[in-house]
Write a protein of this length. Structure first.
Length: 271
């Protein structure tokens, strides 16, 4: 059982395939600040630590099988919470970037120089991470991947893509003298339209997500009802061979259903 638990913890700590492919596409090595590297390691290790601590705590109160299942469920729960927090952070970054670009466009239309308008836009950006990456992009027109931001978290992929386009527009404006305000306004409008569409999609899938959560809690309700009538289903599930097999199968199906429903909702929101 300890070997299975170790394998489960290792699987929870293993980086996703998308992250590995993104690293493989990097053409040149980049020095990562120690604070950012530490935060990344903490996020990766947190599900495994939660799984291990939960398994050890439950092992003191119940059987090894229950402890292993509790550890796996705790690790998956932490991973889902982390993913949702990253999604929310990405939404906040996009909103902050749209607000900063709106300020920049207004300053440019008022006749201020790019340097002065960039300073005002960065100062008015509500997200410090976006502001740290936006400042060099607006002032120098460099690629956001070259920015050595002191913040521990990197910007999301959508934010980096927008910053890359803004940097290209700044370079084009500096070389040819074309107006930057129109390009920045178009980017801002696109960001706000995408944010509205994402909000509508998330509101549309809120019902199915709530239904999946309620259905996931029904087995726990069944255990409580069985205990209330004196059937003692928990003892049967944890002390008998047939009950242990049913417990493993039930928890496996429960986890598979939650993961699958979360994946379906995530794919629907991305579209």
């Amino acid at each position: 059982m300890s070997g299975i638990l170790c394998l489960a913890v290792a699987a929870l700590c293993w980086p996703p395939a998308r992250s590995m492919r993104r690293r493989a596409r990097l053409r040149s090595p980049r020095r990562v600040p120690a604070s950012r590297l530490g935060a990344s390691v903490d996020r990766r290790v947190a599900p495994g630590v939660a799984a291990l601590l939960t398994a050890v705590g439950v092992a003191l109160l119940s059987t090894a099988v229950v402890a292993g299942l509790a550890g796996v469920v705790a690790g998956l729960g932490v991973r889902i919470v982390q993913r949702r927090r990253r999604t929310q952070a990405g939404q906040r970054q996009v909103d902050a970037l749209a607000e900063a670009l709106g300020v920049l466009a207004a300053e440019l239309r008022a006749g201020r120089s790019v340097q002065d308008a960039a300073g005002t836009a960065v100062a008015g950006c509500p997200d410090p991470q976006v502001a740290a990456a936006l400042g060099p992009v607006l002032r120098l027109g460099i690629d956001p991947g070259q920015v050595r931001s002191p913040s521990p978290d990197e910007a999301t992929g959508d934010t980096n893509l927008v910053l890359t386009r803004v940097g290209a527009a700044v370079r084009l404006s500096a070389r040819t003298g074309c107006s930057l305000a129109a390009v920045v306004t178009a980017v801002e409008d696109d960001l706000r339209a995408r944010a509205r569409a994402d909000t509508e999609l998330r509101a549309a899938v809120a019902g199915p997500r709530a239904s999946a959560t309620v259905l996931a809690g029904l087995p726990v309700l069944g255990l409580l009802m069985g205990s209330g009538v004196g059937a003692d289903p928990w003892r049967v599930l944890t002390t008998t061979g047939t009950g242990t097999v049913l417990l493993l199968a039930g928890v496996g199906l429960e986890v598979a259903g939650l993961v699958w429903s979360e994946r379906l909702v995530r794919q629907a929101v991305r579209r």
